[in-house]
Write a protein that binds this ligand. Structure first.
Ligand SMILES: Cc1cc2nc3c(=O)[nH]c(=O)nc-3n(C[C@H](O)[C@H](O)[C@H](O)COP(=O)(O)OP(=O)(O)OC[C@H]3O[C@@H](n4cnc5c(N)ncnc54)[C@H](O)[C@@H]3O)c2cc1C
Length: 485
């Protein structure tokens, strides 16, 4: 097999990296479905642009229904049926979920957003929900047929997503055996989900992140009326496979998850699931962009040769394949570690803090790789790369969102610094990396991190990006030595 051939399908790449792949038959069926049916549906949805919301039925009743074509539902429901959410809780492992996400996002990165937020609803419910809430909602989220409920995770408000402690103004008031939430969520992906997880501040709670709590908000009230309203859907660059809306909570029925003063831990646990998903999706998107570039470069000729055989382009493919493998190794390390700690509750183990650092590095670096690779892949297509009709521009558009949602690069860098400073997570990371193979480069990197951490606070933040980036690349390269070269 030629070196670059592993780019051609997600399973080919995964099999070249991982010694064992659970449920290979399920993944193979998923890949086959995407090749024969999913690709065409996904392309149509993407070209269709932002779907609409039908706000009222013809009798004037508010219904807030999102009008996707019927095929969208068949594409979306396929992944749920294959087990992108239910397998995690049934098999007590996140590995099958993230393998499915890798396979699916090679074909449609955006559709993994609904899966991720549904997982981000089911997991905290399974961990922190009351027995009553679990009995009522969990089976709905874990159904194996097309009637499965979808989840959503709504934290961000108009005041900003990075500083949730200052920006969340949704208020929660106790009401009978539950709560009532009032406020607006400005970025609400999977708007119209049957059940959402939302951050809100209980009336009278302290300011800042410590005063936030996390609630379950069903789409319908107990009396069957709408429990939240979709104000509009965003017309956005990036993916069209998930409806991102603005949602109004108006005295909405809600159920507390965990303790009212422990919301920040739950928010971060939900974000952990989605940051790891984002990393996996980023690598799959980069692989897809490279695969399309390769297919084009094998057919296009210039200067009497296929352009893939021109030395400069050939070298770029080989270098980028190495980077892709490293990015995968870093993303997969975040999967592996999360799989060990996802059921932990505060106070967390050292392993959890190591996971957090790796997840910040992976979210940051893989998203950068995805955008950079998609831009390069567009260049390989030359002018055709810019034309919507040929698809290369889609991967760049979809890649642009990966750095922003689930926390911008700044957030990853600063939270990564925090877990190094407060939990010494870098020491655990360097110990692990050294076990793979000791090297002078690793020792230098460790000294560089120590030097950064010893700087005065403002200087430390100002100088953090270069060190964090080098640490991400160094960790990714070192981790990739664990896999076949
Ligand atoms: C398509 C889409 C879907 C989304 N879906 C959801 C969803 O379902 N649920 C949800 O809760 N959110 C969602 N989001 C919101 C997303 O998580 C936020 O956009 C993101 O967290 C950043 O928040 P912000 O946009 O308010 O930017 P801000 O927080 O206002 O940040 C603006 C800029 O300031 C920078 N910045 C902030 N703090 C610092 C600092 N200390 N130092 C240096 N720079 C800093 C940021 O990095 C950024 O570059 C979605 C966003 C998009 C675009």
């Amino acid at each position: 097999m030629e070196l670059l051939d592993i780019l051609r399908s997600p399973l080919c790449f995964l099999q070249s990296r991982l010694p064992t792949i659970p449920h290979l038959d399920v993944l193979t069926a998923e890949q086959d479905w995407w090749k024969t049916e999913g690709v065409a549906i996904s392309g149509t949805i993407d070209r269709g642009g932002t779907p609409w919301v039908r706000m009222f039925d013809r009798w004037g009743k508010r219904i807030d229904e999102i009008l996707y074509p019927r095929e969208y539902q068949s594409m979306l429901r396929k992944g749920y049926r294959s087990g992108v959410v239910w397998r995690a809780l049934e098999e007590n492992s996140l590995i099958p979920t993230y393998l499915l996400m890798y396979t699916i996002s090679f074909y449609d990165p955006g559709v993994c957003c609904p899966y991720t937020v549904s997982l981000g609803t089911a997991v905290p419910l399974a961990k922190y929900g009351s027995a009553e809430a679990q009995a009522r909602f969990l089976p709905e989220l874990l159904r194996k047929d097309d009637s499965v409920w979808q989840g959503a995770t709504w934290m961000t408000e108009i005041g900003g997503g990075s500083d949730l402690g200052a920006a969340v103004s949704t208020i929660a008031r106790p009401a009978g055996d539950g709560w009532r939430l009032t406020g607006d969520k400005y970025f609400a992906s999977n708007a119209a989900a049957e059940l959402a997880v939302a951050a809100a501040r209980p009336e009278g709670a302290s300011p800042g992140v410590r005063g936030l709590a996390v609630f379950l908000v069903p789409r319908y009230c107990k009396d069957g009326s709408l429990n939240y309203f979709i104000r509009r859907l965003k017309d956005k660059i990036a993916t069209r496979s998930v409806p991102t809306g603005e949602v109004e909570l108006r005295d909405s029925e809600a159920y507390l998850l965990g303790a009212a003063d422990a919301g920040i831990y739950l928010i971060l646990e939900v974000l952990n699931l989605s940051r790891v998903a984002n990393s996996v999706v980023s690598v799959a998107l980069a692989q897809r962009a490279m695969a399309d570039a390769l297919a084009y470069a094998e057919c296009r000729t210039a200067f009497g040769k296929r352009i893939v055989d021109l030395p400069l382009l050939r070298r770029q493919f080989e270098d980028r394949l190495r980077t892709l493998r490293s990015a995968f190794a870093l993303a997969w390390e975040s999967v592996r570690l999360l799989d060990q700690v996802w059921m932990e509750r505060p106070p967390y183990s050292d392993r959890y803090h190591l996971f957090r650092l790796v997840a910040h590095l992976a979210k940051y670096w893989t998203a950068e790789c995805a955008a950079d690779t998609a831009k390069w892949a567009m260049e390989v297509h030359g002018g055709l790369g810019t034309l919507a009709e040929f698809g290369a521009e889609r991967w760049l558009r979809e890649a642009m969102i990966l750095a922003i949602w689930e926390g911008t690069p700044h957030r990853q860098i600063l939270d990564g610094l925090e877990v190094m400073e407060r939990k010494q997570a870098h020491k655990m990371l360097f110990a692990q990396l050294t076990e793979i193979a000791p090297s002078g480069e690793l020792r230098e990197m460790e000294s560089e991190v120590q030097r950064l951490l010893s700087l005065p606070p403002e200087q430390k933040e100002a100088e953090a990006e270069g060190v964090f980036r080098r640490l991400a690349v160094c960790a990714a390269d070192q981790l990739s030595r664990k896999y076949p070269q």
